[in-house]
Design a binder for this molecule. Sequence first.
Ligand SMILES: NC(=O)c1ccc[n+]([C@@H]2O[C@H](COP(=O)([O-])OP(=O)(O)OC[C@H]3O[C@@H](n4cnc5c(N)ncnc54)[C@H](OP(=O)(O)O)[C@@H]3O)[C@@H](O)[C@H]2O)c1
Length: 344
Amino acid sequence: MKKLLNIAILGATGAVGQEFIRLLEERNIPFNSLLLLASAKSAGKEIKVKGKPYVVEEAKPESFEGIDIALFAGGKISEILAPEAVKRGAVVIDNSSTFRMDPDVPLVIPEINAADIKKHKGIIANPNCSTIIMLMALKPIYDLSRIKRIVVSTYQAVSGAGKDGIDELFGEAEAQITGGKYVPQILPSAGLPKHYQIAYNLIPQIDVFLENDYTKEEMKMVHETHKIFHDKEIEITPTAVRVPVVRSHAESIYLETEEDLTKEAVQEAIKKFHGVELVDDIHNQIYPMPLDTSDKTNVAVGRIRKDLYHKKGINLWVCGDQIRKGAALNALQIAEYMIEHDMI
Ligand SMILES: NC(=O)c1ccc[n+]([C@@H]2O[C@H](COP(=O)([O-])OP(=O)(O)OC[C@H]3O[C@@H](n4cnc5c(N)ncnc54)[C@H](OP(=O)(O)O)[C@@H]3O)[C@@H](O)[C@H]2O)c1
């Protein structure tokens, strides 16, 4: 019989932390104890899990004594607390970008590279949400024929910037309707000097700009794809855009394969791939949309069509709930894999 685990959720009051709690309830993951952690600001708050009240505690290094699995969704604090949790014997599954490109840290989407989990030394990184959604759609195609080139534009929901991103969209929309005033403070990125309205707008910047004129978010999609697919040769050109959608990222993807694939072969492969759903019936106006994929487990793929000029070029449209499969669910699937394979 598997042992009952002691689980900690760091960032339990945030967008991803709240989703962890929903998923623990929904997937009926058994645990011996559950510790909810956040910043000092939230200490003392009560959160119900499976009908039982839990009091949120301030996250400290000692919090992780006796913890088997620590699910991290607290942002930058991972840098300090993840090594502390590992020192105390916990396995950390981390949603921040802190350790993703560390060669000692597996970066895992269980449907794609679960085998990498066994190389962990205490920390396993969850990939960036846009990377997860893109690669879930691309893996079944990659398995038919290696992908040489990807041109991707993202349409990213405000909840990707956490609970403050959602508040900002709602606050601005309400101000527009009531004639009130709302000063943007979060988007495109909380730490930057300039902020722009997202309601009724699009912002072609997510995170900071780098030397090469791409944003950090865009370069995460490049580097993380290479690491997860174990293929550094894929040429990737990303553009990341914030859109006034509450939840679920969307992506327009153009790709070029080594072999010439038919649309039907691509559709068939997507249909068969676990965690991905084909939503592609243009004659009945059926295609993926963020409202339909919100709170859903599967990544939806549609608008599949051959390029007009390039024989080996294919276009697709993808939507997926970035808080669920793009963050909390993916991390929990890593935990479930480890439990299943007696790795914890
Ligand atoms: N939102 C997404 O779609 C998404 C997708 C993939 C990955 N991620 C990543 O997941 C992490 C969490 O994102 P989020 O969207 O859930 O953010 P969020 O809604 O802003 O929540 C942040 C959480 O972290 C806690 N926290 C902040 N600073 C802390 C500190 N110094 N010590 C302890 N706890 C602290 C907050 O506690 P308080 O409430 O007490 O402030 C809150 O519970 C980030 O690394 C983010 O990049 C997010």
